[in-house]
Ligand binder design. Sequence first.
Ligand SMILES: C[S@@+](CC[C@H](N)C(=O)[O-])C[C@H]1O[C@@H](n2cnc3c(N)ncnc32)[C@H](O)[C@@H]1O
Length: 332
Amino acid sequence: MALDPPPQVKVIRSTHKRLRDEFSECKDFSKVWKKHCSDNQGLKEYSKAMYELATDVWGTKCDGKDRTTWCKDTVKEYFHKGKLEEILEKDKRRQEYYEQNKDNFFIKNPNESTKTASFVPKINEKIPTQNAQTASNLRKIDEKVRLLDVGSCYNPFHEIEDFETTAVDITPANKQVYQCDFLTVDISAENQSNGPDFDVENARKVTALPKNHFNVVVFSLLLSYIPCPHARFQMCEKAHKVLTTNGLLLIITPDSSHQNKHASNMKKWKAEIEDIGFCRVKYEKDKHLHLIAFRKIPSNFIIDKRSGQNTKLEKLLNIPQDFNNTVDNTCL
Ligand SMILES: C[S@@+](CC[C@H](N)C(=O)[O-])C[C@H]1O[C@@H](n2cnc3c(N)ncnc32)[C@H](O)[C@@H]1O
């Protein structure tokens, strides 16, 4: 017999469902979101429930993979254990292959069909030296990784010393998290080291995040909170802006179904997110979660389009609940 979920899960699920119902009825996401963000009582209840669930009731394992550990291991493997160097070596080989086989390539042209393309140089023919990303552009082993945790709730990364974490949430559950709506926050010009801008009257409120600044952006159980598929996509576009080249976007999204059930939807996510200027470098399906890592690629990266991918991307990231609001086959 299935056990009743803890009361915290009910608070979380009912908030997500209410948001989806309101959006499906009104269709005007900004209106729904504005109303949601002004419901201080509801936001506080959610924040308390999520905090209790993640720290006392389930932990970040949620009966499966520990999502904080997965992020930590993925970041270390990528920046400190050679994964990025390996990827950059591959890029170099690809560049050399391209140089030797130019006749088989063409420059991407929006009016041309890409069905015969093998590798398509996105903007320029060459990867300039600055983007070749030799060792000088890699993180040094003792350098802290600048990580932005969006929808952090309580900052699960605060104890990880290798990270310089900026944790933001619309409703912070504690003082380690800054107040910030990632959907509406400004992106400021690149600043070398300072990090976010804060409200003059409220030092806990972020008013702008710097462009090309963070090495990692984490969306852990964030996108499924947002009821509008296009707004989810816009969040990924914004993550792209604040990330440095070769930085990582880590997306963890709930789905308690068997891996194959929503495989085609995950394929669409990959295509949509890669079209922003990312390349997927890691994917895992856990009992309750999809765990995905995307690398922000150099702007003139050579893209392999051999598989005849969909060129008419819709700029939507759907979740199963967008289509069936009664069956909530997720841990949250
Ligand atoms: C399901 S909780 C996940 C909390 C935490 N990341 C984790 O994995 O345990 C989703 C969090 O995202 C926050 N959130 C939703 N929309 C947001 C936005 N636009 N900007 C910042 N935080 C947001 C919510 O307040 C909530 O704390």
